[in-house]
Design a protein around this ligand. Structure first.
Ligand SMILES: [Fe+2]
Ligand SMILES: [Fe+2]
Length: 480
């Protein structure tokens, strides 16, 4: 396939030869108005008429796949773009290992595959819904633009999954595509499918933590699906990962800038003790212990997305060749896991300890472990900033047993170090680990918009470089 061959002229930019696929083209064109209605109802509130400096995917060439320009968000070109097909690609794991990768859905796995696509698809619009109020309190035009970039790309990820549903899953695929526009984050009657996607993203520190921790779960899931023996799923996930990288960049650098501003303000005021919370807050910045609590919250909510540590669904999806491990193609083993074991952290005789479990059943645990390693890397970079100011404080990811609602540890209470607590102790100390109402009120009090080019709210440092190498005073959003 010619990777430059993106049809950009029709209603739906694509590199899947939609022009020759009348049935799917019609199905997507029929779905399109409902999507736009959803975007207008549930997308960024108050800025739909503004001109936003956005990147749009116009190619799948890794050397230059995007172009930047001012766009009104409802006019964004949401397209269907798959990474190039790899000649002779095979199923790389499970019972079908070594067979040619599937270009059509294998009949016996249809339901399982559809469920994987729907669950991934459901997270994409959910985060747009969660973040829809944030534009109004943006700490700068630069940040506002990044928020909207993430939002339009999550919209495109929904398109990516809907394309698979419409093309490969017939009537039930079409119904699922409709249902993806009907569910609403946090709605008691029609919630999104996964817990973390029904939580609120009430402030910008939450947004940065969400893009750092929760979009990173997205990365892990996409990496696992990019290994799929079902080739169209693999190809679409591979391209989504190039966009996803920016979302995590927004999170990581966002938190870094918050941390940096706090440290700068402490230094200017001569405060050396990070626990002088009230004094630090008076400076109009977010104290480090509160940043830690936010990290505890978003990390623990995100761990729940990996599901039960021991999972038959995960085993079945791997066995079938539909969902692999993180970077399966780089691992050195038999890729079938029929006999291997994997250590799983469990609650045994009232103690948290490792137990060797069949490797196939422990795949969720393994992906979660890979996630924790990945998530820790950026935390180290946050700590480098704090260290640079000589402030005695270290941000740490909490223990995996802390504040869980799914899996092995959902029935117990543990502190951030993984020490078991009674319900009574938990109630007493909860506010030491997770944001209290007071913390939330304080953060909310800082959420005043800063909409002048080159200016930033009191609690966040400017970025080191602009988007698309733009200068510091660039007008990333032209407000309508
Ligand atoms: Fe996404
Ligand atoms: Fe994302």
């Amino acid at each position: 396939m010619n990777i430059a061959a993106v049809d950009y002229d029709g209603l739906i930019p694509n590199n899947v030869a939609l022009g020759q696929d009348v049935r799917v083209k019609r199905a997507l064109e029929k779905w399109h108005p409902g999507y736009l209605n959803w975007w207008n109802d549930m997308g960024p509130e108050g800025f739909q008429e503004s001109l936003v400096y956005l990147r749009t995917a116009v190619s799948v060439d890794p050397k230059g796949w995007a172009k930047f320009d001012y766009v009104r968000m409802p006019e964004y070109r949401w397209g269907v773009l798959l990474a190039p097909q790899m000649e002779g690609r095979k199923v790389n794991f499970g019972t079908h290992k070594g067979e040619p990768a599937w270009q059509e859905v294998p009949g016996e796995y249809r339901a399982m595959l559809r469920r994987l696509v729907v669950i991934q698809g459901d997270t994409e619009p959910a985060s747009v819904e969660q973040q829809r109020h944030l534009g109004k309190t943006a700490p700068s035009l630069y940040d506002m633009r990044n928020l909207f970039q993430v939002n339009v790309e999550e919209g495109r990820h929904l398109w990516a999954m809907v394309y698979l549903l419409q093309k490969y899953f017939g009537t039930d695929g079409r119904e699922e595509a409709e249902a993806l526009l009907q569910r609403r984050s946090g709605d008691p009657d029609t919630p999104r499918m996964l817990g973390a996607f029904n939580e609120k993203t009430p402030d910008w520190l939450s947004f940065f933590m969400f893009t750092y921790f929760t979009d990173r779960d997205g990365k892990m899931q996409l990496e696992a699906l990019a290994q799929s023996g079902f080739d169209p799923l693999s190809r679409t996930c591979r391209f989504m990962l190039t966009e996803e990288a920016h979302h995590m960049f927004v999170g990581e650098t966002g938190v870094t800038r918050v941390v940096q501003r706090t440290c700068e303000a402490m230094k200017e005021a001569g405060i050396t003790d990070p626990n002088e919370i009230e004094k630090v807050r008076k400076l109009g910045v977010i104290d480090l212990p509160t940043i830690q609590k936010k990290a505890n919250l978003h990390f623990s909510l995100t761990l729940d997305l990996f599901g039960n540590e021991i999972s038959t669904n995960a085993a079945n999806a791997f066995h079938a060749g539909l969902k692999g491990r993180y970077r399966e193609d780089r691992l050195k083993d038999d890729h079938q896991l029929e006999s291997g074991t994997y250590p799983v952290l469990r609650l045994i005789d009232g103690k948290i300890q490792n137990e060797d479990s069949p490797a196939l059943s422990a795949l969720n645990m393994r992906l979660r472990d890979d996630y924790v390693v990945d998530a820790n890397a950026g935390v180290g970079r946050w700590n480098k900033v704090i260290e640079g100011f000589g402030i005695p404080f270290e941000i740490k990811l909490p223990h995996v047993a802390f504040h869980r609602h799914i899996g092995e540890f959902s029935s117990i209470k543990a502190d951030v170090n993984g020490h078991l607590m009674s319900d009574e102790q938990w109630t007493k100390h909860r506010g030491d680990f997770l944001p209290t109402d007071g913390d939330k009120d304080f953060i909310e009090s800082l959420m005043k918009p800063q909409m002048e080019p080159a200016k930033f709210a009191s609690w966040i440092a400017p970025p080191k470089v602009g988007i698309d190498n733009k200068p510091g005073d660039f007008e990333y959003v032209k407000l309508a």
